[in-house]
Design a protein around this ligand. Structure first.
Ligand code: PHE
Length: 526
């Protein structure tokens, strides 16, 4: 039905143009929505049958209250005419006569206009005849969709009697191929036409390049995965290799102890960490073939990227020594550190956890780097788990973006500069750094960025230089410095897609249709 109606409209435009040119869409088709007009005009314009120019105009439309004023007169007019008809009305009775609203709004204005006055406890008329200007103005608005007196129009708008809306109207003239009807159009080119010369003279239907495609009920990437891909590109462009983050369960050793997180640290509490009960216990750290194969693949790309600063001397890892050194650095102090000095428990270290940060993966990657210490850059973007109360901005499961850089002679200033460049690629400038605390980094800095769209400072990440208490037990040389940083993937995704409740993004409340229809984003675009 829509199509046939549109077809009539196109024909109506052609008919009218035959006798009148130019047409004004708002005057000649007053009851047809401008977007339908545009559809018809585009159809004709693509065939050069008409030409049109669009113009932005403002239309004034009466509110509901204004409609009743137009029908019955303004409140002040109704007050005056009731007083005039009765000759005298008790002030307290006015509401009963004209209605409370008209009485409340109208008596003040009728007074100000000097149409009525007080006489004891009553109103009496002053004028025999008055002009209901408001109603006259509203009549003009209803007939012409505007008002010649601009100041009065503003006043009506302030009184919420009219609403101004923007409309696009069109001025239409005949085009070079104007005809009274759309000629018959052919959609297919046939072998016959090509064999003769018909292809030269046939009237082909033009392509409509403005038509939207039919919606495809296909799979789609989740917005988080789209933003993840943006981050991956930023990392790859700066020579980072991706860490293998495939397993979510790890031992306390890799998630905490190797990172110099003391066993009494609140993060290791049941309140913050999900512990695994089956199997009850992890193996002691060892070379697991599957993990080693993944690390080998990662290191192959890393070595290719850092070919010029290659160290070829390989010193195989000694897991037994590493275990003892981690214990020593916690319990008694080692590597020039006085340690925490508490009785370190192997059982605590072998408890299995859902990893609470992807830094658990950076730990094995750095331990592997100690086989062959050299400059390297690693990143990962994957899930982490925390035993948190779910609310609008927290989930028990989220994604972390993590970057790790190892090199000789790195400084804190270098980390700040790196972070400034990194976040600039996401459109975040003028970073601020706030001293913070992590057991595994010293110094540590929280990173804040000013978001121009939201006009406020946001905490966008955490960072620091890894401590010698973490790096030296791994076997990394003293002069190889490593810094790292982490942020959530959810926060930039929510900012980019204008989501303010994280549960709309993940979990049973998320709307699959919304997820399917979200476009890709570019992080550096504001
Ligand atoms: N692991 C930290 C976090 O969970 C982020 C971080 C990574 C901090 C690396 C410093 C170095 O927030």
């Amino acid at each position: 039905p829509v199509q046939s109606q549109d077809r009539n409209l196109t024909q109506d435009v052609l008919d009218l143009l035959d006798t009148k040119s130019p047409l004004q869409s708002s005057e000649d088709f007053p009851s047809i929505p401008q977007k339908d007009i545009k559809g018809a005009l585009d159809r004709l314009a693509s065939r050069s049958m008409v030409e049109y120019v669009a113009k932005d105009t403002e239309e004034a439309v009466l509110s509901e209250e204004a409609q009743t004023i137009l029908a019955n007169g303004s409140h002040e007019f109704r007050v005056w005419s009731a007083v005039k008809d009765a000759g005298k009305i008790l002030i307290k009775d006015l509401g009963n006569v004209v209605g409370t609203e008209a009485a409340n709004v109208g008596q003040g204005n009728a007074f100000k206009n000097k149409w009525i006055k007080k006489d004891g406890d009553s109103f009496i008329p002053i004028k025999d005849d008055v002009k209901d200007t408001t109603r006259d103005q509203l009549r003009e608005v209803s007939e012409t969709k505007s008002l010649s007196d601009a100041k009065a129009l503003k006043e009506l708008k302030k009184r919420k009697l009219v609403v101004l809306t923007k409309v696009i109207t069109y001025t239409v003239t005949k085009g070079p191929k104007y005809a009274k009807e759309i000629p018959v159009e052919v959609t297919d080119l046939t072998a016959d036409m090509l064999a003769g010369d018909k292809w030269e003279t046939t009237n082909f239907k033009p392509y409509n390049f403005n038509a939207l495609g039919a919606s495809q009920d296909a799979g789609a990437l989740h917005p988080l995965m789209k933003v993840r891909q943006e981050f991956r590109t930023i990392f790859f462009n700066q020579g980072f290799v991706e860490m293998p983050t495939g397993h979510f369960v790890d031992s306390g050793f890799w998630n905490f102890d190797a990172l110099f997180v003391p066993q009494q640290h609140p993060a290791r509490d049941m309140q913050d960490t999900f512990f695994i009960s089956d199997p009850p216990k992890a193996d002691k750290p060892r070379a697991d073939p599957e993990t080693e194969a993944q690390l080998d693949a990662m290191e192959d790309s890393s070595k290719r990227l850092f070919a010029s600063s290659q160290n070829t001397e390989v010193k195989p890892r000694d897991y037994e020594k590493y275990w003892k050194d981690v214990q020593a650095v916690h319990q008694d102090g080692a590597f020039s550190s006085i340690g925490y000095r508490y009785p370190w428990s192997a059982d605590e270290c072998l408890r299995l956890v859902l990893r609470t940060h992807t830094t658990a993966v950076s730990t094995w990657v750095l331990h592997r780097l100690a086989e062959n210490p050299r400059p390297a850059r690693y990143f990962s973007i994957d899930r982490v788990f925390r035993n948190e109360t779910v609310d609008a901005t927290h989930l028990a499961e989220f994604h972390q973006v993590e970057g790790v850089i190892a090199d000789f002679g790195l400084t804190l200033g270098g980390l700040m500069k790196f972070l400034e460049d990194f976040f600039a690629k996401m459109g975040l400038h003028d970073l601020r750094f706030k001293p913070a605390y992590n057991p595994y980094t010293e110094p540590s800095m929280e990173i804040f960025g000013f978001h121009k769209g939201l006009k406020r400072w946001l905490e966008i990440g955490n960072s620091g230089m890894f401590r010698p208490e973490m790096l030296e037990p791994m076997g990394l040389p003293k002069d190889l410095r490593v810094y790292g940083f982490g942020l959530s993937l959810e926060r930039p995704t929510m900012m980019k897609y204008g989501v303010d409740n994280i549960r709309e993004l993940l979990g049973h409340k998320s709307d699959l249709k919304w997820i399917r229809e979200q476009p890709a984003v570019r992080l550096e675009k504001e």
